[in-house]
Design a protein around this ligand. Structure first.
Ligand code: NAD
Ligand code: GLY
Length: 362
């Protein structure tokens, strides 16, 4: 097991990464404030891993409440969030009961938001089970639900007490989900870690084949990047926005197509290509750099062209982006590969052009 620290002073917490961690409830026990936890999972992950986690906690004398939500991005909403509150109240959970998220980014984001709100804040622990959630969403304290008009529009910054990433859980992850998670791994290389990007270019097939060493390195290095950015800018007043590479375009795809149609990582891959096209139009990177990004996403089995969504709809949805300031859109663009910036340099027509060159031509 390897441990990284998210050094946020009084809100600091460890990220533990390794195999077989779900069986080791002694890793969780020191973080509990009372002998009662509520584990939130979903109908796909619960049959695979909830029994194991619950049993190991119960064996240690912990009262375990299980909350199983429907599975899917389309359920990342108020109605489903309320199911968590219903059970917490029915089962007399207190402010010192710990909420544990067992699942991917959807379960993690919703559970974190529930923890931030219930009795104005209860402790919570992230047990991520997808590649995407192990490398990104479980770390950093962004919690949210979607609104029909915009992705992750309702939420809070609320840090977990512990992140426990059991890499064995990735053995059951469908290939499409593994590839979607890779989009966020590649993101770290593209925005701030060129040596890591070069490592991914060399080792991609090993990661896709789920070779334990390669996966462990990719997760560890990603979490290192994420933790560094979060510690530097917890509430996204500056550098943290870089983690949103491709997200303004990508969130428009997810919302515009209907939540769950496009996986988050797939939408982010296309959004990153649109950002690369725009950076090229601005003369910041050359065509060879755009091709390099495209080649990597293609090798990872990720889309590089978006869905049939008209440019006007993208533009409308992008106005809800959380980086909009005084009505002006700010995007994450490339100064060079391995170095991203937040910029409002692109004109409306340049943005429209970048979207259209990465849209299907019918
Ligand atoms: P997800 O949570 O929907 O999980 C993907 C699918 O895999 C689901 O069907 C899930 O049930 C299933 N699954 C999970 N673990 C499994 C396992 N071990 N074996 C088999 N199946 C498994 O999707 P995701 O990609 O994990 O997360 C995407 C979400 O994360 C989006 O809502 C996105 O907005 C959010 N996100 C948040 C942050 C953040 O900083 N908070 C960052 C990136 C993404
Ligand atoms: N995934 C973006 C962030 O955590 O800031």
């Amino acid at each position: 097991m390897e441990t990284l620290n998210v050094a946020l002073d009084e809100r600091a917490y460890p990220i533990r990464i390794g195999r077989g961690l779900l069986d080791q409830c002694e890793l969780i026990l020191p973080y509990l404030r009372q002998k009662k936890v509520a584990i939130v999972s979903n109908t796909t992950v619960a049959p695979l891993y909830l029994g194991k986690l619950s049993a190991s906690l119960r064996d240690a004398g912990i009262d375990v409440i299980e909350i199983v939500l429907p599975d899917g991005e389309k359920y990342k909403d108020w109605q489903t969030l309320n199911l968590i509150f219903d059970t917490l109240l029915e089962r007399h959970c207190e402010r010192s009961t710990t909420l544990i998220a067992l699942g991917g980014g959807v379960v993690g984001d919703m559970t974190g938001f529930a923890a931030a709100c219930y009795q104005r804040g209860m402790p919570f622990i992230q047990v991520p089970t997808t590649l995407l959630s192990q490398v990104d969403s479980s770390v950093g304290g962004k919690t949210a639900i979607n609104h029909p008009r915009g992705k992750n529009m309702i939420g809070a910054f609320y840090q977990p007490k512990l992140v426990l990433a059991d890499t064995d859980t990735l053995n059951t992850l469908p290939d499409r989900e593994l590839r979607a998670g890779l989009a966020e791994v590649i993101k770290y290389g593209l925005i701030r870690d060129l040596p890591f990007l070069e490592w991914i270019e060399l080792n991609l097939e090993r990661v896709l084949a789920r070779e334990p060493d390669a996966l462990a390195y990719a997760i560890h290095r990603s979490c290192q990047n994420k933790a560094e950015v979060v510690v530097a800018d917890e509430h996204e007043n500056g550098e943290r926005a870089l983690l949103n590479l491709g997200h303004t375009f990508g969130h428009a795809i997810e919302t515009g197509m209907g939540y769950g149609e496009w996986l988050h990582g797939e939408a982010i891959a296309v959004g990153s290509m649109m950002a690369a096209e725009l950076s090229c139009q601005l003369g910041w990177i050359d065509r060879a750099a755009v091709d390099r990004v495209e080649k990597l996403f293609v090798r990872a089995g990720l889309p590089v062209v978006g869905p049939l969504l008209v440019v006007e709809r993208y533009v409308e949805l992008m106005q809800h982006d959380k980086k909009v300031q005084d009505g002006k859109l700010r995007l994450i663009l490339f100064r060079q590969i391995g170095q991203a910036v937040v910029s409002d340099a692109a004109s409306a027509s340049q943005i429209a052009h970048a979207i259209s060159v990465r849209s299907p031509h019918v």
